[in-house]
Design a protein around this ligand. Sequence first.
Ligand code: SF4
Length: 253
Amino acid sequence: MFKYIKRIPEPPSIHLEYGIFVHALLEDIGNVIQDNGGKIPEQVSSFMSSIWNNRIKEMRMGMTPELIVEAKGIFKKFVTVSREKKHTNILSNEKNFSYKVGEANVVGKIDQVLKLENNKIMVRDYKTNGLKNLRYLLEDPSQLKMYAIAVGREFNKPMKDMEFSFTVLRDECKDYVYRFSDEEITEAEDMIEGVFHDIKRSIAENDWEANLSPLCPYCSYFDLCDEAKNNKRHSSKRKALIKEGKVQPNTLV
Ligand code: SF4
């Protein structure tokens, strides 16, 4: 609500910048593989260093030495895993999508779409969070269902011919794979329509209900969110994260 309805810009943070940076590295190497006819180039290390040098110049905030080591490790591992798993038949990288469900217009961006050796399509969403903070998300792959609708419509493919992955970059670039039935996707479309009508009603009545989750202590809008601030567990976790330097104190208030 703060970000998309009230349009309060998210304050810059090193973790946000880091996520954007790592996504950009993987997009660039994906483009190099695509331009090389679906093969990882022989001189891959020279491509990797030129991608790294170009992208690091775009960073608005300096990265800590720990984050630099980690980003380099992810970049290297991603290329190794792409080679080993033959994740090289890339259909798209960082592709925008937009579709309608009833009155709702759904827009987003998909990190990568691959064609696998068995001819199935794999749709991937890269995650830069640590596995511990992703448990909650891994239990509810609604985000991937939004992607499933987009890709299913674009390629006119039934769900049985597609798989979907949260690619956890800090967990050895491992793919946490999901498959959905056509019925689950119809339910997801109903869910989108329900959410759309809830948002419409909330806007009309200026009545917003916070959807607290384990990720709240990391939220950039935490200090604007009374429900999260008044929640003991979330506020003490937030304080601990600030103390450890893992999140920055809010600059929005
Ligand atoms: S703190 Fe939690 S409930 Fe509040 S805006 Fe952020 S994510 Fe939503």
